[in-house]
Design a protein around this ligand. Sequence first.
Ligand code: COA
Length: 259
Amino acid sequence: MYSNDTLKGRTALITGGGTGIGLEIATTYARLGANVMLVGRNQERVEAAAKAIVDEGGKAAAFKVDVRSYEEVKAAVETTVERFGTLDILVNNAAGNFVCPTAELSPNGWRTVIDIDLNGTFHGCHAAYAYLKASPHGGSIISIITMLGVTGWPGSAHASAAKGGILSLSRTLAVEWGGDNIRVNTISPGPIGDTEGVQRMYIDAGNGDLEARKTALGRFGRKQDIANAAVFLASDLGGYVTGENLIVDGGRWLKYVAA
Ligand code: COA
């Protein structure tokens, strides 16, 4: 859909890049000419994912990072620049979640998800800032959230609060860093059928059809739908878009509100 050089000469760091939506974004970016650094907690997984991209002709590398550690995120950013020369695009995709009623959620359970999702995103933005500012293309930060972070998410208060926090952080940075030619946006995916999260939380739990019917389009999305949105926001096609939350949810959020 996009031309092969849409992201030529740019370097992207994708957290949680070893699987799911993060890997789909990394693979799509590489196919469109970007160098990609995949980071994640599972070294074998990010290395295998990077190798698969290299095997199909892309430029990719991997680095083991737990986004809860600022030092590790900073090391990943620096390694990316050493390896590829610049850092132009940061995709904050790493996330953790589990369903648990709030009354039964331990303080450590709460802290764990806030730490991965919200603090991890702050770590990425902060560590990448100087390099994104130096990007000859203008920097682009894209964070993956969900509209459930806006509406509230019964059973996932920790993830909902973290995603709402990321939206707020992104809008703040869009204004603070706009003068540095860094664009800061979020993407809100709806239920993406070919991800482990939807498989585990909806399909395995026997609620697949019910969840699909909650969208206006009546079906799950695909990882590629999110990757396409992430290309738009990372490239010159989205060059005047900042502070935006691009909702790619098949109309789920609107149907929820309109019902
Ligand atoms: N229900 C209730 N509490 C849970 C829980 C669950 N299903 N899973 C973890 N917790 C709690 C733990 O009990 C612990 O709190 P405690 O010390 O008070 O007992 C705290 O959360 C940390 O758990 P731990 O397993 O040590 O954290 P971790 O850093 O190893 O992993 C996650 C955290 C979120 C990554 C892990 O829960 C997980 O693997 N989730 C599924 C995979 C996933 O999130 N994929 C991304 C999809 S968006």
